[in-house]
Write a protein that binds this ligand. Structure first.
Ligand SMILES: [Zn+2]
Length: 340
């Protein structure tokens, strides 16, 4: 038992075969988390690509290189996007246009991606800044850094969204290279995340829902200010814990691994522990999400990480609030949470 890490990561931009016809491609990311894994599934006459990397020049150059070589005789024929985050959808639009193909993704992820790309009111940096200020991140250097790091970031990383899409949803089965891949929806990290499971190949492309070392970010956003994404995430992890333990998991970050059951159990314990730390802290007096960060994260953060940490702190406080274990009161325009 335990979690078995299966491979060392391949060089950036160099496909590496992890199972017959299943190629792991690592692409660069300009953050503390410096890479994303995407998956090229080889079929008789085409490749299917799962996730695409951000739309920045270094990633564009890798796809241009692969178009010259790998896709010369066997083109890209289909793109599947697990969810709307920029490292997953960033290059979907340009590649779909180049190869004349449809992007397969869930409806909720498609429409949120379009809203973020267009920087619509309610999805923009201003809304994010106001929302975080209501949770205590204001009048400090980190508030400025966070707005700078996140404002308009999505549109910079996804310069050309796909203009149409092919809808996939829970339970759909896609035949790829002669194998059936079942779509499994996950919630809490993004609106309607799709993971793919191939029982015949004993593989799971988990996207961001199941990662080997880091815990998936679960954040509340200003578009759904009273949301309880942690409850949704924990329910999704509980469902994933029912998958066969023999699956090899191909995650978006980190390296492929075996041990679905132990990894799910670790994640459930991790969040349980955080919730109990917060419950303990609230006994000493009310906390805003900004103050709760000191309880949950014991390290320095840049502006980009701070926005995720705030989202995560709010998600944990909201979980206690919606479970009746904390009350929410507003003082001077800032939400504070206290023992119920
Ligand atoms: Zn994500």
């Amino acid at each position: 038992m335990g979690i078995e890490r299966l491979y060392e990561p391949p060089a950036i931009g160099q496909p590496f075969e992890v199972a017959p016809g299943v190629h792991w491609l690592r692409l660069p990311l300009p953050f503390a988390l410096d890479h994303i894994n995407v998956w090229l599934l080889e079929e008789a006459n085409q490749y299917t690509l799962v996730d695409t990397g951000v739309g920045l020049p270094d990633v564009q150059a890798i796809w241009a290189g692969l178009s010259e070589k790998l896709f010369k005789n066997k083109p890209l024929g289909r793109i599947i996007v697990t969810h709307a985050h920029p490292d997953h959808i960033g290059m979907a639009g340009p590649l779909a246009r180049q190869f004349g193909l449809q992007v397969h993704m869930s409806a909720a992820e498609y429409f949120i991606a379009r809203s973020l790309c267009a920087n619509l009111p309610g999805f923009d940096g201003q809304t994010l800044g106001n929302f975080l200020a209501e949770h205590g991140l204001a009048h400090e250097q980190k508030a400025e850094e966070t707005r700078e790091a996140r404002g308009g970031l999505f549109a910079r990383l996804v310069p050309e969204p796909p203009l149409s899409f092919h809808r996939i949803q829970e339970g759909d089965v896609l035949t790829i290279g002669g194998h059936d891949w079942r779509c499994l929806t996950g919630f809490g990290h993004s609106p309607e995340h799709i993971s793919l499971v191939s029982e015949s190949q004993q593989l799971m492309i988990s996207g961001d829902m199941l990662l080997p070392t880091i815990s998936t970010n679960v954040s509340v956003y200003g578009t759904e200010p009273e949301g309880n994404p942690l409850k949704a995430f924990l329910a999704s992890v509980q469902r994933m814990a029912e998958l066969p333990n023999t699956l090899t998991v191909l995650p978006s970050h980190g390296v492929p691994f075996k041990g679905v059951h132990d990894r799910c159990a670790q994640l459930l314990r991790h969040h349980d522990h955080r919730l109990s730390e917060l419950r303990d802290a609230l006994r000493n007096g009310p906390l805003s999400a900004r103050q709760a960060i000191a309880v949950l994260f014991k390290r320095e953060m840049d502006g980009h990480q701070m926005s995720f940490a705030m989202g995560e702190a709010i998600a944990h406080l909201h979980h206690l609030w919606h479970a009746g274990q904390a009350k929410r009161v507003q003082a001077d325009g800032v939400w504070k949470f206290e023992t119920a």
